[in-house]
Design a protein around this ligand. Structure first.
Ligand code: ZN
Length: 277
């Protein structure tokens, strides 16, 4: 199911060169996660990146041009009613560290491609209204959390490694330590590769399923698989989070989303959450 670029290879625009024509509206699905808490999942259409990142790639680390990524981030911020400089991004390292964000990374944060060393992590939370937390995804689920009473929101990138390490339970604990209550939290698990598509070696499936009950499955092809969203739902329930929504779209099956598993070199979409200012 790899995507063939339209036109011949030599007619393809140079990778990373923004398109000249104005994009259509960026693909952004907005939702209200909890009272006063907004969230969004972006898609791959409506941006300016050239193939193979076409077109709404939000990741600076994918090989795309910085100009295209900056433009795409601005388009997404505008669609969300946010100031680009107040959307924070992490340098995701597939770990379980959690950090509190108290302010944007700096004056250049909206366009800065490099997260500061302090942002090398996979989960963040904040109490600052209007400051959005962004998670970059291709096949890995983003998990967005909110306790509207405590005025705290959180975001985590939880792929196979992060889920096995418990990054989402760590985020719930960190937010709880800052005054949140899991019983008051709302969560949404974002688009991800589904269990029917996510084939892994049996040994890996069994190892993850041992530490993340509910994550082991069988794929559509009858081979060992992982259903990360099922595992995350179980982790959230065990952490005391009762209200959990899921965006059931499968990245590998939905051409409106980026999938590393399907496409290899590709862009990233994002999950975003923020306290309405
Ligand atoms: Zn699938």
């Amino acid at each position: 199911m790899s995507q063939a670029p339209s036109g011949s290879a030599d007619a393809r625009p140079a990778a990373g060169r923004p398109r000249d024509n104005a994009p259509a509206a960026p693909a952004v699905r907005l939702l209200t996660l909890a009272p006063g808490v907004r969230a969004a999942f972006t898609g791959r259409h409506g941006g300016v990146s050239a193939p193979p990142y076409d077109s709404l790639n939000l990741s600076a680390g994918s090989g795309d041009s910085e100009a295209a990524v900056v433009r795409n981030r601005s388009l997404v911020a505008a669609a969300c009613g946010l100031v680009p400089a107040r959307v924070t991004w992490m340098r995701q390292v597939r770990g379980a560290d959690v950090g509190q964000v108290r302010e944007p990374a700096g004056p250049a944060a909206g366009g800065a491609m490099a997260a500061s060393p302090a942002q090398c992590r996979d989960a963040s939370f904040t109490a600052v209204p209007g400051l959005a937390l962004g998670v970059l995804c291709a096949d890995c689920p983003a998990v967005l959390l909110a306790d509207p009473v405590a005025g705290l929101i959180g975001a985590a990138h939880s792929g196979r490694t992060g889920t096995a390490l418990g990054v989402v339970p760590a985020l719930v604990r960190a937010m709880t330590g800052a005054g949140a209550d899991p019983a008051r939290m709302d969560a949404v698990i974002g688009p991800a590769i589904c269990g029917a598509c996510y084939e892994v070696p049996k040994q890996m499936r069994d190892a993850v399923a041992t530490v993340v009950p509910g994550s082991g499955c069988v794929t559509r092809a009858g081979t060992p698989g992982l259903d990360l969203r099922a595992g995350l739902a179980a982790q959230l329930a065990a952490a005391g989070v009762r209200r959990v929504q899921t965006d059931a779209r499968c990245t590998a099956e939905d051409p409106g989303l980026y999938s590393y598993r399907r496409d290899g070199r590709t862009g990233r979409f994002a999950g975003l959450v923020w306290l309405a200012p």
